[in-house]
Write a new protein. Structure first.
Lengths: 116, 116
DNA sequence: TGTAAATATTTACATGTGTCTATGTCTTGC
DNA sequence: GCAAGACATAGACACATGTAAATATTTACA
């Protein structure tokens, strides 16, 4: 296990934005998580996976939802996975991605949490 | 008033990520808002402004909080303002930025909202 | 073993982004 | 009116990012 925090772990550690100024290192930890979400394709990927029955979806389904090449979808899924927003599980030939609900909720709390 | 929605307005219009898949146009509306936040300097700017007394801060204060040039801070503030996350008001020689709390809360609801 | 299918990796490239320097625009007070 | 200060804009540059084509890897199954 690495000493580096994943972006998701970094986001879980801070009080809400509006409560007190983020430190430089806190901000540098959280920004990559927002960056991972800040793309229309990745937003839709997250949304498709998170709203899919069972909270998971196969890459084959995801490829079909976009008019983009398979490597491009694979690239975006990797970014979401490395940010800690998607879990990855291989079952046979297929790979299933699962949304990490608590990761999204931590991020939401950081952004929208009340000042006190 | 323009027919274009600001990113903040686009975010207010959608059910949570995990409830149903975002449409392409919804995702394209929301991504710029996340992009605006997805930078360490802008995250700290938002946080400093939002947590400042009165919910607003003068650019002069913000410049002092970073070891960056004044135009760079001005550039980041413009991005946050155009995304709809900061309101801008000029009073005399000084410019004050104010955090739009409901914008942050709408975004948080979109990201972290429960599936049902 | 070997072939096909599902997914990932590599490489390349056009475009976007963060930063600075230089300059412009307002506002205030002399 | 003019000089000084606060902030914004313009231009330039290094670097990051989204995409696709080509290729590799892994798994199942005949």
């Amino acid at each position: 296990m690495s000493l580096e925090l994943t972006p998701v772990e970094a986001a879980a550690c801070c009080s809400p934005l509006a409560r007190q100024p983020l430190s430089e290192s806190e901000a540098e930890g959280i920004a990559p998580l927002l960056k991972a979400l800040a793309d229309p394709v990745r937003l839709r990927l997250m949304s498709i996976v998170a709203s899919h029955e069972g909270g998971e979806a196969c890459v084959c389904d995801l490829n079909d939802a976009f008019e983009l090449s398979q490597p491009t979808i694979s690239h975006h899924l990797k970014i979401l996975h490395e940010a800690g927003l998607l879990d990855r599980e291989k079952r046979g030939v297929w790979v299933y991605y699962r949304a990490r609900a608590e990761a999204l909720q931590n991020l939401a709390a950081l952004i929208g949490g009340q000042a006190q």
